[in-house]
Design a protein around this ligand. Sequence first.
Ligand code: NAD
Length: 509
Amino acid sequence: MSSAAPPLPASYPARVQPAVICNLIDGCFRPARGGATTVAQNPATNQMIATVPDSTAHDVNEAVAAASRAFPEWSARPADERAALLMRLADLVERDLDAFALAESENTGKPLALARSLDVPRSIANLRHFAHAVMEDRTRLFEQELPQGSMQSTVLRKPLGVAACISPWNLPLYLFTWKIAPALAAGCTVVGKPSEVTPVTAWMLSQRMVDAGFPAGVCNVVHGRGPLAGAALVAQPDVACITFTGGTLTGESIARSAAGSFKRTALELGGSNAAIVCADAANDAHLPATVDALVRAMFTNQGQVCHCASRILIERSCWDRLVPALVERTRALRIGDPLDATTDFGSLISAAHLLRVASMVNAAVGDGARVLCGGERIPADALPERVRSGAFYAPTLLQDVSVDSNANQEEIFGPVATLIPFSTDAEAIRIANGTKYGLSATVWTRDDERAMRLSRALTVGTVWINGWMMRDLRVPIGGFRCSGIGREGGMDALHFFAEPMVVVRRTGG
Ligand code: NAD
């Protein structure tokens, strides 16, 4: 990952104080109307780190009403004023980068170093990116001469109204800001619903929004469970559009609920992403770099990134060189306390998620898979004392897994990858494209023509060649098939939140 953040301070407090999280509705911090709460935990220690409003339709309705009231004034503001507020918010997050990173690590079990170098810097970049992008979004003018005179057509973009922004737990602040920033920049008002599993940094962000001076009602944050608060938000008739990132099944239920009222919907869903490794990527000159990058692509954030490579397709002629090197590098990952600066690999998001990952691995083994490394929960006595009760599962490489099995066809969303040999490019493409998903893929070869040929044949939203997760925020990102509908990033994201409208003027004759 990017190493833009400064080095870790010598010591961090062992944990953040448990937070009492509130909703931000109409500029005020409030508990859920009924007073109900859930708890958020640190999955590395099992400690409770926050109480979270268990919001219902009642809270959602109040937030949507506030956002509806704020919409006329906010959407009419000049874009530079909206952009200035986003820039101010970015500055406040940057000022408090260490506090945000610590909270993100504590709430997810991810290494603090990753939260400091990826999650929080990228959240700041999201806010700044869309502040700049809206200033570059030019009104388009078309002039045409006609026999009777001339006309000028102006394409305006009218913000849609109240945007529902629903985000998952794996990159909490990163994906929450990735949604609210373009919505606010485009002139929509927002009701955000962060994951109930990882609400802490969205809560901190909502406090900075008030400090930054966002007007009441422009950006509301409602915490709560998906089937209760999330479903109520999706069904709310005054919501104009929904941007959702999360699981494919949840996406399906959101698409059904939104269809009846024709809400515009963008869905960023799951994946089962192939890496195609050609033999030349494993020659003497390139093997170490390929192995390092592949291990990063498989196991960053404990494999809980939607773009993680989970099916590693290896050209047969380099199998015997590459596979032992991958196993050795995977075994060398430093697993441990997320707050330790040397830790590469932390806890999964929860004990329940660990059981799901383990059951998929066990099923593959039951069907004849060979475990090359990992394949089990890390024993408590192999972990530092502070994190012995955490949800640590060893990074796992499997061989001899049928391409049609669940482990290859379904999203595991954990630290598990299958190694699959291929003989021809046609076979590699067939396997890579042979799932219901189409999110992303990687291709590993220094042969540029072969890399482009393979890339063009893949049915995925993004292909990375000789790398992974290199992101230019101006380009569209999203998935084919069950990996989603619509694109985020750059102008695609801004334009999602607005409807084009044409004004035609007679200019002569
Ligand atoms: P999830 O679908 O369980 O939850 C995501 C969000 O939706 C949460 O805020 C949740 O509360 C809410 N939600 C749940 N049920 C809802 C409902 N019925 N109506 C409205 N909202 C509801 O996903 P998760 O477990 O938090 O995240 C993991 C999933 O996210 C994985 O499948 C992963 O691939 C996917 N993901 C995709 C991308 C991408 O860009 N394509 C990025 C990150 C994560």
